[in-house]
Design a binder for this molecule. Structure first.
Ligand code: PYC
Length: 332
């Protein structure tokens, strides 16, 4: 019988939780952060479920570990854990990690003002603005993002036939825009968005082979992005992202925002240099921008940026005790 202890900083990014594990993380094998992610999935997924699922976490819980960088051009490496799995990249998670790591003196950027992160999806640069000893805002230059499939046909029992775009922004997202049969996410309860999102992603994973052109280990849709009209002044649009079995992102979702920027740019709806202010289910905002055009394999792509903020909420020492029948957590 063993007891493992994890020292964590808890916080949130625009309302969505971030649990940064600062002590107790496992040693990982791999030459790159993408390989370390696979090693974690193979050998340590029980740590993710123990720290993210009930009774120590909850449906929305999301977190990360820090490691020495595997790349010369990065300050630190990040491994993301969440109720939906061990993601290649998490935008709200990164904003929270950068904020808490800087405020607690856990990292020293080679260049003050920007922290370069080695993530399983690639390099992410985080520019940050300090106000006193607090991080006031973080702007991520995310991994190249692209529209993967356009106008894909799908079926959801409550909505009938749908057409969705599938875009990549560090994870793959089906993006559901206004169309016959679906008007706005505001027409549905959170429970309905969860149920319809689960059905849609299952349908898409059954009917389409969704694989990153440069990394075959990034595949399938684990999320679903429902869109709608913005409610707040200054927002360009709203979205609610499903992840895990029943989580709806309380933040506007960083990788989801990057995917939507790529989708809108590919459809001629958003120019290079233009902002798209994305609003979440609870009205919090990320400022997204298309920084430049690029390519990912054969796909025209963009370099997106996403700006948001995070707050540290407290210290947490979590025990995973083999004597506890729920040591590895559960989902309901
Ligand atoms: O912010 O990228 C994100 C994210 C992914 C899943 C939940 N949030």
């Amino acid at each position: 019988m063993a007891v493992r202890e994890f020292e964590c900083l808890d916080g949130h990014t625009c309302g969505n939780p971030v649990r940064l594990v600062v002590n107790g993380g496992p040693q990982l094998e791999g030459e790159t952060q993408a390989e370390r992610r696979l090693d974690f999935i193979r050998r340590y997924d029980w740590i993710r479920t123990g720290l993210m699922f009930e009774p120590r976490g909850h449906a929305q819980m999301s977190g990360a570990f820090l490691y020495p960088s595997t790349r010369e051009d990065c300050d630190i490496a990040v491994l993301y854990i969440e109720t939906s799995g061990c993601l290649p990249m998490c935008g709200h998670g990164t904003i929270g990690v950068v904020t808490m790591a800087l405020e607690h003196g856990l990292v020293t950027p080679a260049t003050p003002g920007v922290l370069n992160l080695d993530t399983p999806a690639g390099k992410v640069a985080a520019q940050y603005r300090m106000e006193g000893d607090k991080v006031a805002a973080v702007t991520l230059t995310n991994v190249p993002s692209f529209l993967y499939l356009r106008d894909v046909e799908a079926e959801v029992s409550a909505l009938g036939r749908l057409r969705v775009d599938i875009a990549y922004g560090g994870n793959f997202y089906p993006i559901v825009e206004t169309q016959p049969g679906y008007r706005d996410m505001a027409d549905y309860s959170p429970a309905q968005l969860v149920a319809m999102g689960r059905e849609l992603r299952e349908y898409l994973n059954r009917h389409y082979d969704i694989v990153h052109p440069l990394d075959p280990n990034i595949r399938g849709v684990r999320h679903c992005q429902w869109t709608g009209a913005a409610k707040n002044a200054g927002s360009s649009g709203a979205n609610a992202v499903l992840y895990g079995e029943s989580a709806l992102d309380r933040s506007p979702c960083g990788t989801g925002t990057s995917a939507r920027l790529a989708q809108r740019h590919a459809r001629g709806l958003l120019a290079v240099g233009e902002d798209f202010v994305h609003e979440s289910l609870i009205g919090s905002q990320f400022v997204g921008r298309v920084l430049a055009e690029t390519r990912v394999g054969d796909y025209p792509a963009i370099v997106p940026s996403v700006q948001g903020w995070a707050r540290f909420t407290g210290y947490n020492r979590i025990l995973l005790d083999d004597a506890d029948p729920y040591v590895h957590g559960f989902e309901v």
